[in-house]
Design a protein around this ligand. Structure first.
Ligand SMILES: [Fe+2]
Ligand SMILES: [Fe+2]
Length: 274
């Protein structure tokens, strides 16, 4: 399979369109939570950040679909926009159902939607890698009702579909614009990953004013004892492989972040906090 070819485009678009599942957030089997279970969910500090990210993504990806010239790519992008919007509605439904207090969110449309989608795609590749691991660690802790994990497991798997679609869309686009041959390892991709990483660093270490606070770590630490960077990295690597295993072998997979993680892991283990 030639990356960038018409056949490649058909494959990554069809794989994405065929992976779609129909459901409405309010029809999902939400458990009744009481007492400590309810307090734990209400106390997780990242729901407004999660809602903001999904609420921003839905309209932006849909707008990106509208400017796509290829009908099949347009259909796939529109579907991703719909799924992001549904993620937002899923989180909103949970917030309402469990009376979780959050800060108000504001959605703004970026001036250049295609550029915004590229930034967003690389951020999703980076964030999903860590989220897959943290989600698994939280699941193992058994502190949260299994039914909730099953609901969000579906969201996680949709994110896996998004990142595989994105990395193939990006490579196809770069090649067809004559920008680069080995798109995913090209300097452009590395630059985008660096940008995504600096944003994530802001979120982790509170350098980024309003979304500051170490919400990811605080959130995860609510579930997991002895949370170490190497445990997160190791679990993320395993989970990343598991979640991406079912995709067609001819599709590209986001491999930059796992490769960096695999390199870092032995070094991290030598450190006192690792
Ligand atoms: Fe999403
Ligand atoms: Fe997504």
């Amino acid at each position: 399979m030639q990356v960038g070819s018409e056949a490649h485009k058909e494959l990554y678009c069809r794989a994405f369109l065929e992976g779609h599942r129909k459901y409405e957030p309010e029809d999902l089997p939400w458990p009744d939570l009481q007492g400590d279970d309810l307090k734990l969910i209400q106390g997780i500090p990242f729901w407004d950040h999660a809602l903001q990210a999904e609420a921003d993504a839905g309209p932006m990806v849909k707008a990106c679909a509208e400017v796509a010239t290829d009908p099949l790519i347009r259909e796939a992008l529109a579907l991703q926009g719909y799924e992001e919007e549904r993620h937002g509605r899923t989180i909103q439904h949970m917030i309402d159902r469990y009376e979780i207090e959050i800060n108000e969110i504001h959605v703004e449309m970026p001036p250049n939607v295609e550029e915004a989608f590229i930034d967003f795609g690389f951020e999703e590749c980076l964030d999903s890698f860590g989220a897959f691991g943290l989600f698994e660690l939280a699941r193992r802790s058994q502190l949260v009702p299994r039914e909730l994990f099953e609901i969000f497991d579906q969201v996680m798997q949709e994110e896996a579909h998004h990142i595989v679609f994105f990395i193939n869309w990006f490579a196809h686009r770069q090649i067809n614009r004559g920008l680069v041959a080995g798109a995913t390892v090209g300097p452009k991709a590395a630059w985008h990953y660096a940008k995504a990483l600096s944003k994530l660093g802001g979120i982790f270490f509170g350098g980024d004013s309003d979304e500051g606070e170490d919400f990811v770590v605080t959130g995860a630490a609510a579930f997991v004892d002895n949370l170490t960077p190497s445990l997160v990295l190791e679990t993320s690597l395993t989970e990343n492989e598991r979640r991406l295993a079912g995709f067609d072998r001819d599709l590209l997979r986001p491999n930059f972040v796992p490769r960096v993680a695999r390199t870092m892991l032995p070094v991290l283990k030598l450190l006192p906090f690792g």
